[in-house]
Design a protein around this ligand. Structure first.
Ligand code: PLP
Length: 383
């Protein structure tokens, strides 16, 4: 095994308990779409299952039906919120006895399509309050609510929305506007639901950042993704949290990415390194080759920019990121030898390289850095 991820169980547990303290009255839904943000769906399920049994986690949320089916096959029996718009033809892949897949729908046509294949599956109506992605607004919302009021036998269970701009700002004006629109929809939908449907209408809107920064968004459920994995949704979310929360939660990234040095190549001064010859040595240099490239999810825009950690020291990337390899400068780490562990994300000795740091260097966000790590790389649960 020349590259692998280590997933810290205790870091995930800490994130869940942070949110239990922030939103004690909301059911915690762990968002595990996209291979659990690259951390490994199977590994996350293994970590979350005891928390589901103890009641700290109320359910899981995914994008696609195949992810929900996979969770069942691995033995998870609780609720799964399916948030993406799946193909109608995929509904037939849901086992007929299934009653705890909660499907997010936006239109009357969506409801009819689900109803014709799996009439007993609960669904949540999505309201578009300003994201302009899925969900109904204005006349379309009025239409679907009218339809629901006329069809009280449908298994309508929830009402939801999603915030567009909480992570990117210090001023939550847009988030409050979205919440106000959602509040109006909750009022209208709630009246219809109470009049004809069984049980209470489950309302939810918050992802990681809104659950921290917009107290009103901590409703029946919160849907926590990025911060479950120990990340702040953004640096402005962290700054804002200092002002909003009585106590600052501590998050620790759960993921570390390791690889073994596979080759040492001492070269002279004035030697070109990598595709495009974008780096030329300015002194005799020892190059270590690490078997991870952009195929494995190490962003090519990190070429000549990032560092890895070897023997507790920083080794800078030399030249371009290749498809399956990178070259790093270990001249100042003379003991470095094939088989040494290089840390691409994580800590070694006193040094650390974070996904946040790589995201800044690559011009993207921590979400993308971790989600893109190739799913076939082994994920190992530690601590
Ligand atoms: C992905 C997603 C979330 C989780 O968002 P984070 O910012 O990662 O917490 C919540 N709700 C919906 C609808 C999503 O698509």
């Amino acid at each position: 095994m020349n590259t692998w991820l280590e997933i810290s169980r205790s870091a995930i547990q800490k994130s869940v308990s942070n949110y239990r303290a922030i939103a004690p009255n909301s059911g915690f839904f762990a968002v595990v779409k996209s291979n659990a943000y690259g951390h490994g769906l199977k590994q996350l399920l293994e970590i979350l299952m005891p928390l589901y049994s103890s009641g700290e986690v109320s359910g899981l949320a995914v994008n696609a039906i195949f992810e929900a089916v996979q969770l069942r096959e691995w033995g998870y029996a609780g609720p799964v919120l399916i948030m993406g718009r799946n193909q109608d033809s995929d509904y037939a892949r849901i086992p007929e006895q299934e009653r705890e897949f909660h499907i997010v729908l936006s239109t009357v046509d969506d409801i009819l399509a689900l109803h014709s294949v799996r009439p007993s599956l609960p669904f949540h109506l999505k309201v578009d309050t300003g994201m302009s992605r899925l969900g109904a607004h204005d006349e379309a919302l009025a239409r679907v609510l009218q339809y629901l009021s006329e069809n009280p036998d449908l298994p309508w269970r929830g009402l939801m929305t999603h915030f567009a701009n909480v992570e990117d700002v210090m001023d939550q004006g847009y988030g409050r506007l979205q919440y106000a629109r959602f509040a109006k929809a909750m009022e209208e939908a709630g009246a219809i639901h109470r009049a004809g449907f069984q049980g209470s209408l489950i309302c939810h809107s918050a992802a990681s950042a809104p659950a921290m920064l917009l107290p009103e968004s901590r409703q029946d459920w919160i849907r926590v993704g990025i911060s479950l994995y120990g990340f702040w949704a953004s640096s402005s979310t962290r700054l804002s949290a200092k002002m909003v929360l009585a106590e600052m939660p501590e998050f620790r990234p759960a993921l570390s990415w390791k690889a073994r040095v596979v080759h040492i190549n001492p070269v002279a001064e004035g030697v070109d390194v990598g595709y495009g010859c974008t780096y030329r040595t300015t002194a005799p240099t020892t190059i270590a080759v690490i078997p991870v490239g952009y195929y494995e999810g190490y962003d090519r825009s990190l070429s000549n920019r990032s560092h890895v950690l070897i023997r507790g020291r920083r080794a800078p990337l030399l030249g371009r990121v290749c498809m399956n390899m990178i070259m790093v400068d270990v001249t100042s780490i003379p003991e470095c030898a094939p088989g040494d562990v290089a840390t691409l994300i994580g800590s070694d000795g006193g040094e650390s390289v974070t996904a946040d740091e790589l995201a800044d260097l690559a011009g993207t966000i921590n979400y993308e850095v971790v989600t893109r790590i190739e799913p076939g790389i082994p994920r190992i649960i530690v601590d």
